[in-house]
Design a protein around this ligand. Structure first.
Ligand code: URA
Length: 454
């Protein structure tokens, strides 16, 4: 390990100079080992937040974080292993639908997922709302299940990318989370540790995403893709809209129930399925079972139509000790009944033009679907299901959403927040594709390249 002087690195970055990649590796290694204190790393993170990192610096940071722990090797298992990562959104249950579709089409999917972060949900919390479902498999069980059924979804283990865990906690309390190179290094260090052969990214953009502007989302997509490709992992990014919650449900079990409906072929024309099928097309092309993403999208739709994607989801649930009867009949899950309605207030008349994803994300957290502090436990069935969405007619007194929560004291504030999140106008907004654009190492190629038409 190079002998780094953190003060010099902090001063260089503070003054806008670029750093030697080896020095970046050195400071990350020293911090992970406890040889650089939090106060110096905080200053380094803030200097980075303010002055950014160039591609070589970002690659070195990712590499150091990746190699701070165990890097899995799945090369002895058959098939091209492909994963997907989303930068986080509201109602983003895409992984629950996408992973079984892709596995059913013959591409192995080893997925290591996260928990809810801020106002955004996390795949692990959603899966754990299925009674009995275990996400804490050992690495050995993860490998075995991938070989047996071609699909496994677990949480990050202690051994993988420990530098990210330590740095993330520090960023969280030093106002340095929203930095594109820091986010990119954090995401990619975890994904590349999974032992995957290729990666598809869903870079969310809009009010309910961490990247609020298209310009920032484009830079993040480019940075993430460059890190993946530099590491030898083919990477494709779709930039998708996150102004309005994705789908009709927000909250852990409500989103699982909606995902099961999608796997049954319901909601085929929704933005949720446009994004899911778009990502599936990319994964199947990278996984080598489709000649093109368009061919992959056709195969993905067939996997829904012939029931093989739903079967793959059921097998996943059963293999990870979940109760498969709730897949067969989601209404069987205890606590699955709504406890209150949200009624359209007097001013909400005409056609729904928007539902503020950020406000809905926070309302879902406040109902118990997410955490206000790190120590909070989530209420697995808490959430919001929309009865009206963008483009639907609405008039005062209509039920626009139904709320789910164990703690009744949380309902009145959520009713008000959800009602306030809706806006209406005289006519429906112009229809737009949920996929804004597509990025590969060859550059941006336009959203229509990844959209649902085949
Ligand atoms: N997700 C991550 O894993 N890391 C970040 O920094 C932000 C989102």
């Amino acid at each position: 390990m190079p002998d780094v002087n953190p003060v010099h690195l902090i001063a260089h970055k503070r003054d806008g100079q670029s750093l030697d990649p080896d020095d970046i590796r050195g400071v990350v290694q020293a911090y992970t080992a406890g040889d650089v204190p939090d106060y110096q790393m905080s200053a380094f993170l803030m200097a980075t937040y303010l002055n950014g990192l160039n591609d070589a610096e970002a690659a070195a940071l990712t590499d150091a974080m990746l190699h701070s722990g165990r890097v899995l090797d799945l090369s002895d298992l058959p098939g091209t292993k492909v994963d997907k990562h989303s930068t986080g959104g509201v109602g983003d249950k895409v992984s629950l639908i996408l992973a079984p579709i892709v596995a059913a089409c013959g591409v192995p999917v080893p997925m290591i997922s996260g928990r809810g972060l801020g106002h955004t949900g996390g795949t692990l919390d959603k899966l754990e709302s299925i009674p009995g479902f275990r996400t804490d498999l050992s690495i050995e069980d993860y490998r075995r299940q991938l070989a047996d059924i071609g699909l496994v979804l677990i949480g990050q283990t202690e051994e993988m990318a420990p530098a990210d865990r330590k740095l993330y906690a520090l960023r969280d309390v030093t106002a340095t989370v929203e930095s594109i190179p820091l986010i990119a290094a954090s995401i990619m260090s975890k994904k590349l540790a999974e032992g995957i052969d290729a990666l598809v990214l869903d870079v969310k953009c809009g009010r309910g995403a961490f990247m609020k502007t298209e310009a920032d989302a484009r830079t993040l997509a480019e940075t993430l893709t460059a890190i993946g490709e530099t590491n030898g992992t083919p990477t494709t990014a779709l930039m998708t809209r996150m102004d309005v919650p994705l789908g009709r449900a927000v909250g852990n079990w409500p989103e699982v129930a909606e995902s099961i409906a999608c796997l049954r072929g319901e909601h085929a024309d929704s933005a949720l399925m446009e994004v899911t099928i778009g990502l599936a097309g990319e994964m199947l092309a990278l996984g080598g079972v489709a000649d093109t993403p368009a061919d992959g999208r056709t195969q993905a739709r067939e996997a829904i139509e012939d029931g093989s994607a739903l079967d793959a989801f059921r097998t996943l649930v059963e293999t990870q000790d979940g109760d498969p009867s709730v897949v067969d009949d989601p209404s069987m899950r205890p606590g699955a009944d709504p406890v209150a309605d949200v009624v359209a207030p007097d001013h909400l008349e005409g056609v729904v033009t928007s539902i503020d994803a950020l406000a809905i994300g926070f309302a879902a957290v406040d109902l118990g679907a997410g955490r206000r502090t790190k120590e909070d436990t989530v209420d697995p069935t808490a959430g919001i299901v929309f009865e009206r969405t963008v483009g639907d007619k609405v008039e005062p007194g209509d039920v626009i959403a139904r709320l789910y929560a164990r703690d009744a004291s949380r309902i009145p504030a959520a009713q008000e927040a959800v009602a306030d999140a809706f806006t209406a106008g005289a006519s429906a907004p112009e229809a737009t594709s949920a996929i804004i654009d597509r990025y590969t190492r060859d550059g941006w190629s336009g959203g229509s390249d990844a959209a649902s038409s085949v």
